[in-house]
Design a protein around this ligand. Sequence first.
Ligand code: HEC
Length: 190
Amino acid sequence: MSRINPILVATLLATGLPVHAEQNAALDDEARGIVKSFFSSLKGELVASLESGGPVEAIKVCNDRAPALANEAAAASGWRVARTSLKLRNPANAPDAWETAVLRNFEASAAAGEDPNKIEFSAVVDQQGQRTYRYMKAIPTAEKPCLACHGKTLAPQVAARLKELYPDDRATGYAAGEIRGAFTLSRPLQ
Ligand code: HEC
């Protein structure tokens, strides 16, 4: 598990967000469990839809089901659960200052050779005076199924449908193994 990384703590302090040098293994485990079940339901629905209807049809899963599954995971756990990225498809998934700093750090860790499948970070931060536990886990792309909709060359119908739904889409041009974004979770602490 990522222990508090001194470089990242410095980056976060530079954003003006206080960070407590505090770790909580139980919350880390809970966060990992929420991510695992959210990701496996999303991936399951995505792969099933790709197999039955192809990539244009499967865009619906990402468009409707990804936010719905995130909301279900949030309702079941009481946490905030979302996905974010530095290169967004849906502007509603935009990162806040903390998430931006962590995503940049994830990019730097991957560039330094860390396995993107294992990159994660957690910290207790103050958010408007509320002590809050925050957790992020990198989401690398895999050749299949991700690059059909996030790769360098998309089928024309896929590109056209994405353009319709997301006129400002920046989430294409990826190669396998690159960090597409991150799961981002948080919950207030006492
Ligand atoms: C069938 C097309 C399709 C496939 C395949 C696909 N995505 Fe996406 N992806 C989308 C769409 C559409 C969105 C926008 C979802 C929304 O509106 O919240 C999206 C959004 C995301 C986001 C949220 C951040 C953002 O840019 O809005 C991440 C992270 C992401 N995808 C990662 C992946 C990964 C990793 C894979 C492979 C496991 C994958 N996607 C496969 C279409 C796809």
